[in-house]
Design a protein around this ligand. Sequence first.
Ligand code: GDP
Length: 350
Amino acid sequence: MFWRRKPDEASEAPEAAERPDSPPAVPEPPPAEPVGALARAAAFKPLFAEADEDIEVAFEQGLERTRDGFMSRLRGALAAGPDGPAWDDVEETLIAGDVGAALAMDVVEEARKRRDPDGAEAAVRSVLQGLLVPRVGHWEPRATTPGQPAVVLVVGVNGTGKTTTIGKLATRYTHEGRTVLLAAADTFRAAAIDQLLIWADRAGVQVVSHAPGADPGAVVYDALDAAVARNADIVIADTAGRLHTKSNLMDELTKIRRVVDKRLPGAQPETLFVLDATTGQNGLQQAQAFHAAVGLTGIVLTKLDSTAKGGIVFAIEHDLQVPVRFAGVGEQASDLLPFDPDAFVEALFA
Ligand code: GDP
């Protein structure tokens, strides 16, 4: 087992002085006040949106493209003409927005039936909202047994944003004062280990990794051992993401799951599926395959900022009855929003 923290070259990076383990030798000058766009960003987008109103603002910004594309078309179709809303167009728009054909039909049928006194838009909005899994408050990784770490397994197809999401989560929880340890269990790709190390370095967290090609289950086992020994609060494991049709990938994930059960009986790991929002209904099929194999408990929807769609949120929650926990709205560490169904729908219809 290797304990790997920071790549050597990182010690020469300009931000090295900011790290807690390398205090500056001389007092630093006060930071310059942000100006222009930076100041606006600081005002409107706190590093981690926590308060409901911050999340709403961040969603509104992150969903700009969705609102301008999918939603403005939906609005157009819903706006009552002389003969009422153009329901066929509404259905087509929902399909184009990744809601899925069968579900789009059901949504339209239900919305029409309701004859909402507030109008067709209000009806569609409330039908869509009703597709989302109800939840209370924001999700947090929690240990089921006191003194044990909370375990988060991150699964999904390569390229969807797994590593980036892990980096964002590590940054978030470290920021909250929790000790995070990463397990580099995507041993299939050497680059995946390296990339995880880069994010770990940025977040200032430790990584347990083995050599490329090693047994992913062994990496997870060692990471759990290390987390217990070091009193870490959260272990987040990266996993391989070759195509979901490969049954050996699913076997590997099942094995990792068994390793967690063996090392931390009763731990109930959170299994987060990372879904690239730009892949639409294909992504939904991936999610179904992963859910059947390992039982997903949450979803992270990435790249919501870079698609004009967004209907996939309704499709996936309705289909799997698994809640979206976070939405990725950019490539920076802070571009991960706790998913709030009300804020999401509010931002879509804003
Ligand atoms: P992995 O192969 O699943 O680990 O995917 P990566 O984490 O390497 O991400 C693949 C690409 O997606 C990278 O270029 C990331 O910067 C980008 N990415 C990840 N999350 C987001 C997001 O929420 N928004 C945008 N715009 N890009 C993202």
